[in-house]
Write a protein that binds this ligand. Structure first.
Ligand SMILES: *Cc1c(COP(=O)(O)O)cnc(C)c1O
Length: 364
């Protein structure tokens, strides 16, 4: 029998989530961020399901190539821009827009041979201090790009990225960094004749004033929230991935027995233990401790012992009649990936991105 471990991707949930996001930002165009293989959901699959998006955002030129090869015709933005002069020809051939965040990119554009104009998203570092021009260098960068308009450069959009937009505007004690970033963005771009793009998912959900011309949601489209203590469902989003497997053993174990590697979990009574065909070799986090929720045959129960590479053990007290072959849900509907991630000390994005190649993907 084939290994029963699968990731089911809910195409209707992806479409539903795009609708939710659009309803929240009705005056903005929506770029669906599909980097990292569509946050692990499958790049081409996600792009086809989200055909209603106005554009796609990727982090690698090779992803743009994959999208074009799959027949995706919407605009595509390379979110961190190009790295070397030969990339400019590839961008033109693929009709892909590029972020411009560093003076080295402007120099490469100035030295490029004539060709199709490239739309450029000029990135301001408004306070995250990752990519982007410092405020004092931004206007000069804009002038240099503008001077190439109609030649190497087509349209210009002004963008930034938020560091803490998961702290919302609706509470005065919170959102200080986002408020500062917004102020810097406004002051630096005042009077420049170009569209604006500021908002990632959290800013779409919690910072209406930052919606601008283009929103750039990623996680929300997959049904995930990065807002502490709140899951996608709290914002009307639906999880786009269900990770599941089956029990391959049910064993009676005596009180005092210690389960799994290093014997970290001790049975408090005689009890049934289930062994599920999933582990960190499939992308389930090894860091998920005993007590992490899991569903077996529709019943909520918990992980016990250490997660190993191919297997994990689950508590079958409270799962009446549990037997080999019973379905096990690791995350999905009624079991938000954000909850599992929180137990494992990370965010849902990292978990969905980490599903490995031996997991079978199913579209539904
Ligand atoms: C990843 C990314 C996004 C999307 O962020 P989410 O939190 O997934 O919505 C938006 N913009 C840029 C530049 C990004 O790198």
């Amino acid at each position: 029998m084939a290994r029963p471990t699968s990731a089911t991707i809910h195409l209707d949930a992806l479409r539903h989530n795009l609708g939710q996001v659009r309803a929240l930002a009705p005056r903005s165009r929506a770029m669906a961020v599909v980097k990292a293989d569509g946050y692990g959901h499958g790049l081409e699959r996600v792009a086809r399901a989200l055909a209603g998006a106005d554009a796609f955002g990727v982090a690698a030129l090779s992803d743009a190539e994959r999208l074009r090869a799959a027949g995706i015709s919407q605009p595509i933005l390379l979110l961190s821009g190009f790295d070397e002069p030969s990339d400019i020809e590839r961008l033109r051939a693929l009709n892909v827009w590029t972020a411009v965040h560093h003076v080295s990119q402007i120099e490469m554009l100035e030295q490029a041979l004539p060709g199709e104009p490239l739309d450029c998203w000029l990135k301001l570092d408004s306070g995250m201090h990752r990519l982007g021009f410092a405020p004092e260098a931004f206007r000069a960068a804009y002038e240099r790009l503008s001077a190439m308009r109609g030649g190497t450069v087509g349209d210009i959009v002004l963008m930034n990225h938020f560091a803490s937009s998961d702290e919302f505007a609706d509470s005065p004690s919170q959102g200080v960094q986002t408020r500062e970033q917004l102020d810097v963005f406004r002051a630096t771009t005042a009077g420049l004749d170009a569209g604006h793009s500021l908002a990632n998912s959290a800013a779409v959900l919690g910072w209406p004033e930052a919606h601008g011309t283009w929103i750039r949601p990623g996680g929300a489209l997959y049904g995930m929230s990065v807002v502490e203590g709140r899951t996608g469902a709290d914002f009307g989003l639906r999880p786009a991935m269900t990770l599941s497997t089956r029990l391959i053993a049910v064993n009676r174990v005596r009180r005092g027995s210690r389960i799994g590697y290093a014997g970290t979990w001790e049975c408090p009574e005689d009890m049934d233990i289930g062994v599920a065909a999933i582990g960190y070799g499939d992308g389930y986090p090894r860091a998920a401790p005993a007590g992490t929720p899991v569903r077996v045959a529709g019943h909520h129960t918990q992980v016990i012992g250490r997660v190993s590479m191919d297997l994990m053990t689950v508590d079958l007290r409270g799962v009446p009649g549990a037997k080999v072959g019973d379905p096990v849900t690791l995350w999905g509907e009624d079991l938000p990936v954000e909850i599992i991630a929180e137990r494992a000390g990370t965010i849902g994005y990292e978990l969905t991105c980490s599903i490995t190649r031996r997991v079978r993907f199913i579209e539904r």
